[in-house]
Design a protein around this ligand. Structure first.
Ligand code: A3P
Length: 302
């Protein structure tokens, strides 16, 4: 497996948007014209918003056979990351690899809506979008930067400031990206879910996702999926907790050891209270109020 360099890498830019060096402009370009199949599933989320959690639910809901065996397959193999190059050996852009993959194809993406495959935006395949309250996203992203070698990390104050600055934010400005997805929430091929709602009712979300994907699961099967999607199960599982996965551990290694952090970290609603100063809270709330005005999209912050 070829891993990126063990130094922080410069961000990459695509269409004026900043992405961390895991992303590939070549793959992003291929993603836009990607040939979508009717049974494709795109699991989309802004950074640190419950992507892996949704990937785990979707892949287990779609799994035939022994769930405990499926659970051992690394999550990035079950649900490849669309806008990257393959890091499991071939170095090919993921959209290229997916051309040869059997259906149904499950894919993860952090792309803004307007960069999704055009055919998906036109209604082909299915999109499951998971959003999370922005304050916990900032904190989770800061901690991710503290543990992944390739992503440069500033102090908390610096990373916070970058996040709330439109041109400096990674993967687009949160207040542009999330409202755009929200405006498409009623498209026939879109399911919009929230991290905080999943925390409150995991089973209900497994059922909701299964229904959206047209899968009929027995109660016992749903219980099995739920048991493997709890925070503790995903933390214990090296296929979902990437910092415990020998195949990708190198990407975290020394930096993660120093910080004592893990990819599946805390999984809480309201952790931002341990990080935000009063002033930061006021600044972010002012942006949030202005940008979300007129949008019937609310989040639970604690
Ligand atoms: P924290 O850093 O707040 O703990 P993503 O997969 O989009 O990168 O999101 C990562 C965040 O989701 C992390 O948040 C991680 O701990 C949390 N997470 C992952 N699986 C979870 C689960 N089963 N239950 C609750 N949170 C989970």
């Amino acid at each position: 497996m070829s891993l990126p360099s063990q130094e922080p890498s410069q961000p990459v830019y695509y269409k004026g948007v900043k992405f961390d060096a895991n992303h590939s402009p070549v793959a992003m370009e291929m993603a836009e014209s990607f040939e979508v199949r009717d049974d494709d599933v795109f699991i989309s989320a802004y950074l640190k918003s419950g992507t892996t959690w949704t990937q785990q639910i979707v892949s287990l809901v779609c799994a035939d056979g022994d769930i405990s065996e499926v659970c051992k397959i690394p999550i990035m193999q079950r649900t490849p990351w669309l806008e990257t190059v393959d890091k499991m050996g071939t170095s090919e852009p993921v959209p290229k690899l997916l051309e040869k993959a059997p259906s149904p194809r499950l894919m993860k993406t952090h792309l803004p809506y307007y960069m999704l495959p055009q055919q998906a935006r036109e209604g082909k395949g299915k999109i499951i979008y998971c959003a999370r309250n922005v304050k916990d996203v900032v904190v989770s992203w800061h901690n991710m930067r503290r543990m992944v070698i390739i992503i440069p990390c500033g102090t908390w104050e610096e990373n916070f400031k970058e996040f709330i600055t439109p041109k400096e934010a990674y993967n687009g400005f949160w207040w542009d990206v999330i409202p755009e997805y929200w405006r498409h929430k009623d498209d026939g091929n879109m399911l919009f879910i929230k991290f905080e709602d999943m925390k409150q009712d995991l089973r209900g979300h497994v059922v909701k996702i299964a229904n959206f994907l047209g899968k009929t699961l027995s109660d016992q099967r749903i219980d099995e999926v739920v048991a493997n999607c709890t925070f503790s199960a995903m933390k214990e599982n090296p296929s979902t907790n990437l910092s415990r996965n020998p195949r990708v551990q190198e990407a975290f290694s020394s930096k993660a050891e120093e910080s004592g952090l893990e990819f599946i970290r805390k999984g809480e609603v309201g952790d931002w209270k341990n990080w935000f100063s009063q002033e930061e809270n006021q600044t972010l709330e002012a942006i949030h109020k202005e940008k979300m005005a007129g949008l019937d999209l609310t989040f639970q912050f604690e």
